[in-house]
Design a protein around this ligand. Structure first.
Ligand code: ADP
Ligand code: MG
Length: 378
């Protein structure tokens, strides 16, 4: 998935209104009908045809037919646009630089932040691979709206930001959280490499202890990382480990807390044995070493990412994982197929050259450009 900064530059007020109208219309419509777009966009003179066809051409929206009518839906590039626009207005992202990571469920870029310093932009892309299977399991959501990649990715970004913030405030070694909007999180750029890429450490035993202490300290604060492995632990040049990637964190009061805790511990034991030939009889045990002394999960809930959000995101992620194990997850996402990256059209040069990618904010349109939270209210 590319992030096309050029698309950010040339956007008229009308284009932007129409794009925002489609985002708002997505609240109740999987495919937003043209008359609703026209109504929400409030364009002087009415007609939206020219703007929607332009947005389709630029691959920010897709046109689709649901047998009753032809309508439009936002695709990832359009959602990226809206988030970047908001963050550029806030000053947290000034321009887009190199892509440094492509995860299964995220894209990571180095971008320029407020004082032109380099920061990390993480775009959450939940459902990129197995959305089609999630759609088949609609029954989870009978009472709610259907799960969409937009909803899931936004929830995931909100969660990551909420946890990172609370952990940072309690002096855990995590990146400094800077901003969050829609499916995007902006955070400090760490001068560090994933443990995965490190073949030798001076004292594996010392690092092992630091990591196990971190798992225990998290648990004493009521939290389990849930994906505590060599990919999500970055090592600074002085050897300090930093923890990243928080969308799957759970509370120690979660029904499966012991399972998640043990899995985190085992990941580290297995990795240290395999990579450094290091084994220790000492490792933390759930219940013995993890007694809760602080309630950070409560603080996370208080920060805006509620228990209800947590439960819903958990169900979605579980659902995606179940589908993964079924071996069906790598089917093309039928609904997002046209925004998927094809190998030959990724525009790496334009992403790489930061100066030419300044986000131009024409300031002509001020309504509705922040995250319209109400879109996802039930
Ligand atoms: P995913 O959810 O896709 O696994 P991560 O948050 O783990 O995403 O990030 C993926 C990769 O991007 C990391 O392994 C790391 O190499 C890089 N990365 C992520 N955040 C940062 C950061 N703040 N500073 C430097 N590199 C980062
Ligand atoms: Mg990761």
């Amino acid at each position: 998935m590319r992030l096309d900064p050029k698309a950010l530059r040339y956007m008229s007020t009308e284009d932007f209104r129409v794009l925002t109208a489609i985002e708002v219309g997505s609240r109740n419509h999987e495919i937003v009908p043209a008359p609703l777009i026209a109504q929400l966009a409030h364009l002087r003179g009415g007609g939206i045809n020219k703007y929607v066809s332009d947005l389709v051409k630029r691959k920010l929206i897709a046109s689709e037919n649901n047998s009753k009518y032809v309508g439009y839906k936002l695709v990832y590039a359009g959602y990226d646009y809206l988030a970047l626009k908001t963050m550029s207005k806030r000053g947290s992202v000034v321009s887009v630089g190199n892509q440094i990571g492509v995860g299964k469920e995220s894209d990571i870029f180095v971008v320029a932040g407020e004082n032109d310093e380099e920061v990390v932009l993480k775009l959450h892309r939940l459902g990129r691979q197995s959305f089609r299977n999630v759609k088949r399991k609609r029954d989870y959501f009978k009472q709610n709206q259907s799960p969409s990649w937009m909803y899931m990715s936004r929830l995931s970004a909100m969660k990551e930001f909420a946890f990172m913030k609370v952990l940072y405030e309690h002096d855990f070694p995590v990146p400094k959280p800077i901003d969050q909007n829609r499916h995007c999180v902006v955070m400090e750029l760490l001068d560090a490499f994933p443990l995965r890429q490190i073949d030798e450490v001076g004292d594996p035993g010392a690092l092992y202890s630091k990591l196990m202490d971190m798992i225990v300290r998290l648990a004493k604060h009521g939290l389990i990382h849930g994906d505590f492995n060599e990919f999500n632990i970055l090592i600074k040049s002085d050897g300090t480990p930093i923890l990243i990637d928080f969308p799957q964190m759970v509370s120690t009061s979660h029904a499966n807390a012991e399972f998640y805790f043990n899995r985190d511990v085992d990941c580290i034991r297995t990795f240290f044995k395999r990579r450094f030939g290091y084994e220790s009889a000492l490792y933390p045990k759930f219940g013995l070493d993890s007694n809760k002394e602080f309630d950070l999960d409560v603080q996370v809930a208080a920060s805006g990412f509620t228990k209800k959000d947590q439960v819903q995101l958990e169900k979605l992620i579980e659902n995606l994982n179940v589908e993964d194990r079924d071996g069906e997850s790598h089917e093309e996402d039928e609904s997002n197929a046209d925004e998927d990256e094809s190998p030959d059209d990724s525009d790496h040069d334009s992403v790489a050259s930061r100066d030419s990618n300044e986000i131009v904010d024409d300031n002509r349109y001020d309504e509705n450009d922040d995250d319209p939270d109400y879109i996802f209210e039930k």
